[in-house]
Design a protein around this ligand. Structure first.
Ligand code: NAP
Length: 273
C-alpha cells in the first residue's frame, strides 16, 4: 500500500529559488537583505545564518546586524530606521523572537512596508487579510504556495489551523479566508482540539509542540501541513492517515526561506522602478 503524497517543500523551494536567482541576476545590482539579530539565542543565530547562506547561494547580498541582548526598543528602532533609509538595503529581516524587554510589535512596525520582506508588520498583516498587494508573512505564504502547487483545493474546504501567533497562525488564517476556505483557528485555550482537527479537510499544525497531533485527531484522507521544527507537531501515525502530508524537515522550512528571497527580489525590482 502506498503512503500519503509527500508535499515536498525542498523540491518546490528549489524551483522558486532558481527563478529568484535568475531575477536577481537580471538586476544591475545585487538585491540586499539586512538581517537583524538581537541577543545570542543559538537557534535564532542558526536561522539567520541559514537565511544569509541561501541569499549568497542565489545571487543576493546580505548584511548582518547583531545587537546585544539588552538592546532597548528605542535602540532597535533606531537601527531599523537607519536600514529603512539606506538605499543599499532592499529588504529587512528582524529575527523573531526578540528579548522580553523589546516591544516586538513596535519594532516590526518600524520596518517600512516596502522593505518588510518578511511580512511581519501590522501593515503587511492588514494587506494579507484584505487581499491587497504587498509582502506576505513568509511561512504562511510558503504554506499556501505548497498547497497550491500540489493542487489542494482551498475554496470551500474546512481548514483547521493549530496556532495563532502573529507571524504564522493569524496571517495564515487571514490568507486562507481570502482563498474562500472555512477556517477554524485553535490555540492553547481551545477546549476540544481533536474535535476541530478531526473535521478538517486540511489540517495545519503550527503550535511548535512535538507530537501534538496524533492519529486519532486526523480525518482519514485529510491533507496535513506540519510547520513545527524537527521532529514536527504531527506524529508519524497521524501523517500516515493523510492523503498528503508535508515532511519535517523538508516541508515548510525551505518554503519559508524561498518566499523571503523571492520577496527581497520583489523589493529590489520595485526600488529599481
Ligand atoms: P508561537 O509564537 O510559540 O505560537 C504557538 C501557537 O501554538 C500559539 O498560538 C499557542 O497558543 C499554540 N499552542 C501551543 N500549544 C498548544 C496546544 N497544546 N494546543 C493548541 N495550540 C497550542 O510559535 P510560532 O512562532 O507561531 O511557531 C509555531 C511553530 O512553527 C514552531 O514549531 C516554530 O518553530 C515553527 N515555525 C517554523 C517556521 C519555518 O520556517 N519552518 C517558521 C516559523 C515558525 P496560545 O496563543 O494560546 O499561546
Amino acid at each position: 500500500m502506498s503512503g500519503p503524497i509527500v508535499l515536498s517543500g525542498t523540491q518546490l523551494a528549489a524551483e522558486l529559488n532558481a527563478h529568484t536567482a535568475a531575477r536577481a541576476a537580471a538586476l544591475p545590482f545585487a538585491p540586499t537583505l539586512a538581517t537583524v539579530l538581537v541577543g545570542d539565542d543559538p537557534g535564532s543565530a542558526t536561522y539567520v545564518a541559514m537565511k544569509r547562506r541561501r541569499c549568497s547561494n542565489h545571487g543576493l547580498d546580505s548584511r548582518f546586524v547583531h545587537l546585544p541582548a539588552e538592546t532597548t526598543t528605542v535602540e532597535l528602532i533606531r537601527v531599523l530606521t537607519g536600514l529603512a533609509a539606506d538605499g543599499g538595503v532592499h529588504g529587512i529581516l528582524l529575527q523573531h523572537p526578540l528579548p522580553p524587554q523589546v516591544d516586538e510589535r513596535a519594532a516590526f512596525d518600524a520596518i517600512p512596508v516596502t522593505k518588510d520582506v518578511d511580512g511581519t508588520s501590522s501593515a503587511a498583516f492588514a494587506a494579507a487579510a484584505l487581499g491587497r498587494t504587498g509582502h506576505r508573512s513568509c511561512t504562511p505564504a510558503g504554506i499556501v504556495r505548497l498547497l497550491d502547487h500540489y493542487g489542494v483545493t482551498l475554496e470551500s474546504a474546512d481548514v483547521t489551523v493549530v496556532g495563532r501567533s502573529a507571524i504564522l497562525g493569524k496571517p495564515l488564517a487571514a490568507m486562507l479566508i481570502q482563498r474562500d476556505a472555512t477556517v477554524t483557528v485553535c490555540h492553547s485555550r481551545t477546549r476540544d482540539l481533536a474535535a476541530h482537527t478531526r473535521r478538517a479537510d486540511v489540517l495545519i499544525a503550527a503550535a511548535g509542540r512535538a507530537g501534538l497531533i496524533t492519529a486519532d485527531m486526523v480525518r482519514p484522507g485529510a491533507v496535513i501541513v506540519d510547520a513545527g521544527f524537527t521532529p514536527g507537531d504531527v506524529t508519524p501515525g497521524a501523517a500516515a492517515r493523510a492523503r498528503a502530508a508535508s515532511p519535517v524537515p523538508g516541508g515548510v522550512g525551505p518554503m519559508t526561506i524561498a518566499v523571503l528571497l523571492s520577496q527581497t527580489v520583489d523589493a529590489a525590482e520595485a526600488s529599481a522602478g
